[in-house]
Design a binder for this molecule. Structure first.
Ligand SMILES: Nc1ncnc2c1ncn2[C@@H]1O[C@H](COP(=O)(O)OP(=O)(O)OP(=O)(O)O)[C@@H](O)[C@H]1O
Ligand SMILES: [Mg+2]
Length: 449
């Protein structure tokens, strides 16, 4: 239906879209590409029409368009190299809704070269004048503050209290807590409560970037420092100057880079790859992990000295099970957002539905609650969610004595993880992390099973 709508745009519509200097790509809600414009072909230097009919979720799982289709939220200023392209692009992508239903998404992108030159200029200006860098489009913003973290539970309040105090300092902070407890929220809130709030907040997911790229991502590189380094690149540490860098999933960082990071934390300086000048950093570091760092240390996968550096202030974020009393408040905070996303006007939960939520164990924490609610809102026929609208992953069977073939156990764990996190690309990433394997290994196992 959406495809035929796009096709019926007509000659003028096509001419308008083609006249846009930005590359444009439109996909339906299942990810099938239904339209590309002329600039797309120019920027990606390929025959854009071949893309029509392909599926964006598989051909570009990390792109902005996929992110919009998976999350239903707009994506701004995402830097990325699209498949087949020879250049990095900056994308803005938005959901397309008709009658409050998500029918597809559109992405606009342009070559990133211009921005890189701008950032270089800013960096130069800063070197010359000592002035603060201007905000650039690559520089992220942190959305949450302490008032938007829903909950009144005593453990949560304790964590918030500590986070508020530490926000006023420049101390390195380590956020600990299981997957989906809100570590990212805390990182953003700390930044927004600090006097760095008008400066950049940059999120680096150490688990999502291949080890060999992480170093250049962090520290940047000089033009010509390796084949393909056609332009100088400013690393995240420099982009976050005067602001905050959020090192997410720090437990997944490889040892070599841990050593480099330690140096930066100790000396307050670093060098770009291929560079000779020592660059001073004034970047506040917030790290987060859901892994047991102490155990990683004994397995020699995490450096003890880095651990001590990061662990100056450690904030433990309680699991949802430990703050089950917060469920009504969290539901109250999430429901309006979900209603907006899904295009519904659900008023709340019936008592039995709420009881069902309170009695569950929530291994996936607030993120799982959010997923469960979103499903319930979508399924719900009236204005109030009923117990039947809520589907929870089956509780792990507690039969310590039963023995099963390892292969069967593996299959069980994989299917449980996919049930919990969903089988979208993002869900699979979460599932792989929860299972302690890489995304590639998960895909291989799924193929085998
Ligand atoms: N107290 C809260 N109030 C409202 N929403 C919350 C709260 N805590 C978490 N959330 C929501 O739960 C989801 C997960 O939070 P977040 O991404 O911060 O978790 P995380 O600890 O970083 O998890 P992971 O280790 O898996 O990355 C987000 O969508 C966030 O909006
Ligand atoms: Mg996180």
């Amino acid at each position: 239906m959406f495809k035929s709508l796009v096709e019926s745009v007509g000659q003028l519509g096509h001419a308008v879209l083609d006249s846009n200097p930005e590359g444009i790509l439109i996909a339906d809600q299942n990810g099938n590409i239904v339209y590309v414009n002329k600039s797309y072909t120019l920027i990606c230097r390929n025959n854009g029409q071949e893309r029509v009919g392909q599926n964006i979720l598989t051909t570009n799982p990390n792109g902005a368009l996929t992110e919009v289709l998976v999350t239903g939220q707009p994506v701004y200023d995402k830097k990325h190299v699209p498949p087949g392209a020879h250049t990095e692009v900056i994308s803005n992508a938005f959901p397309i809704q008709i009658d409050n239903q998500l029918v597809g998404a559109i992405v606009y992108f342009r070559e990133a070269g211009e921005e890189i030159r701008l950032i270089d200029k800013l960096a130069k200006g800063r070197e010359n004048t000592g002035l603060l860098p201007g905000r650039s489009e690559q520089v992220g913003k942190a959305g949450y503050n302490f008032d938007t973290i829903a909950g009144q539970n005593q453990y949560l309040k304790k964590a918030i209290g500590l986070a508020r105090r530490v926000a006023q300092t420049d101390s390195t902070v380590l956020l600990r807590g299981a997957s989906g407890t809100g570590k990212q929220l805390f990182a953003e809130a700390i930044h927004n409560d600090s006097n760095r709030r008008h400066q950049p907040f940059i999120h680096v997911n150490c688990a999502a970037i291949p080890d060999n790229l992480l170093e250049s991502e962090f520290f940047g590189y000089e033009k010509g420092s390796f084949t393909g380094a056609v332009q100088r690149k400013i690393g995240t540490f420099e982009l976050a100057a005067q602001g905050t860098i959020f090192l997410d999933e720090i437990g997944d960082m490889d040892l070599r880079l841990q050593a480099k990071l330690l140096q930066v934390l100790q000396n307050g300086t670093f060098r770009r790859l291929g560079g000779i000048k020592e660059i001073k950093v004034n970047t506040r570091v917030i790290a987060a992990t859901n892994r047991n760092l102490e155990e990683l240390i004994t397995r020699e996968l995490f450096r003890k000295d880095l651990y001590y550096r990061l662990n100056v202030v450690s904030i433990e974020i309680p699991s949802l099970r430990e703050r089950i009393d917060d469920i009504p408040l969290i539901v109250g905070a999430l429901l309006p957002q979900i209603n907006f996303r899904v295009g519904r006007a659900i008023k709340g939960l019936e008592d039995k539905a709420q009881a069902k939520l309170v009695n569950y164990c929530w291994p996936g924490n607030v993120r799982e609650l959010e997923n469960v609610l979103e499903k319930a809102v979508t399924l719900c026929e009236g204005e109030w969610i009923k117990a039947d609208d809520i589907s929870l992953s089956p509780l792990p069977s507690r039969e310590p004595n039963s023995i099963m073939p390892l292969e069967e156990l593996e299959r069980l764990m994989i299917s449980r993880a996919l049930q919990r996190f969903g089988s979208s690309v993002i869900g699979k990433k979460e599932a792989a992390r929860a299972l302690g394997i890489s995304l590639t290994t998960l895909y291989n196992k799924l193929r085998k099973l």
